[in-house]
Design a protein around this ligand. Structure first.
Ligand SMILES: Nc1ncnc2c1ncn2[C@@H]1O[C@H](COP(=O)(O)OP(=O)(O)OP(=O)(O)O)[C@@H](O)[C@H]1O
Length: 335
């Protein structure tokens, strides 16, 4: 049985720039979001990630094709019906005045409350659960305006969770956060997808984290083509490298990392093992040297003695010793 929650059929997204002209951002998209999966939407700046998210959220009518939520066309659902099934978290800081974090999360219950916004004990239990689920109990009584970016993002996710949706869309939820907070938010979203069986789709520029954590990647290229697959499938097919190919940067399939193009300064024969050697290879590559073990030419030996590391360079039978990679690279650059 299919676990598809949200599906698109030949969806074309973009903007009507005048009565007769249309700016098409991506076309013929037929994809689905499955229950319990975390999907990362990746793509270069301007590829159309936000446009796609807005189109999936029912905020921007498609140019052609359709978006279906549990089989129903989302553009035919009332705003309240849509809000009971789908929640959207945007990156922009919203000015919520003097609201406490708890009160902001209660707003997630608006599709269910009466005209006065009264919360039933069940609504309150869901709000409490949502705050607990994102690990923000200690923030509940704080003013939202006084929270850090990472703390506020957790509260915005709790508000979206309080909507009890079956699909959650997030536009760059990790923007502005430091690395530990980015990892925390991504892991939290993956865990929520598993525990609540929701489909979660988030756009991000965090390629490394998406490669490590996403169940599936939607990779939108600047020519409007959407590649879909497990992160590793898209690396192996070359879609990842092609999509992010740009002057000066290339995706290294072997390491799963992006590398800067640097001018080639020569070859180094590297001798050594362990962590210090791993970081020596990185430093040498960063400086533009190709590292090999062919025993010819200039050789660098990494020597680890208790907690100290030494680098011994042998050049035409003269030996030089350095105590830091900084000094070693400086020397190599002047050779
Ligand atoms: N209101 C608009 N009218 C016309 N074109 C627009 C409008 N908003 C965005 N665009 C264009 O649509 C394309 C996709 O923009 P979008 O913001 O969806 O890209 P994105 O992948 O989210 O980019 P980024 O990573 O920089 O946030 C861009 O070329 C952009 O200039």
């Amino acid at each position: 049985m299919s676990n598809s929650i949200l599906t698109t059929h030949n969806l074309t997204i973009g903007y009507k720039t005048s009565r007769k002209t249309v700016r098409c951002v991506a076309s013929d998209i037929s994809v689905s979001l499955q229950a319990g999966e975390l999907v990362c939407l990746l793509g270069p700046n301007g590829a159309g990630k936000s446009t796609l998210l807005r189109s999936l959220a029912g905020m921007q009518p498609p140019i052609a094709g359709e978006v279906r939520l549990l089989g129903e066309n989302i553009y035919k659902l009332t705003p309240q019906e849509l809000a009971k099934r789908l929640s959207l978290v945007l990156t922009e800081k919203v000015d919520v005045g003097m609201l406490s974090a708890y009160t902001l999360v209660t707003l997630g219950r608006y599709p269910y409350t009466d005209w006065w916004g009264n919360l039933t004990p069940q609504d309150q239990a869901i709000v409490t659960w949502a705050i607990k689920s994102v690990g923000a109990v200690h923030l509940a009584q704080r003013q939202v305006s006084e929270l850090s970016d990472g703390e506020r993002q957790k509260i915005m996710i709790a508000r979206a969770l309080a909507q009890s949706p079956i699909v959650m869309l997030l536009d760059e939820p990790t923007a502005f956060l430091d690395l530990p907070r980015r990892v925390e938010i991504m892991q939290l979203l993956r865990q929520l997808a598993r525990e609540t069986n929701q489909a979660i789709l988030l756009s991000t520029h965090d390629l490394d984290l998406a490669l490590r954590l996403a169940d599936k990647v939607w990779l939108l290229s600047t020519n409007g083509i959407l590649h879909v697959g497990a992160p590793e499938d898209l690396v192996l097919s070359g879609a990842f490298a092609d999509t992010f190919e740009s002057e000066g940067v290339e995706f290294d399939v072997a390491s799963g990392e992006f590398h800067l193009h640097t001018s080639h300064k020569g070859e180094i024969n590297l001798i050594g093992k362990g962590i210090a050697t791993v970081w020596t290879i990185r430093a040498l590559k960063r400086a533009g040297f190709q590292v090999n073990q062919n025993k010819n030419g200039l050789s660098v030996e990494v020597i680890t003695q208790s907690r100290q590391v030494l680098w011994k360079i042998t050049n035409s039978q003269t030996v030089y010793t350095y105590h830091s990679l900084y000094e070693l690279i400086k020397f190599l650059n002047y050779l």
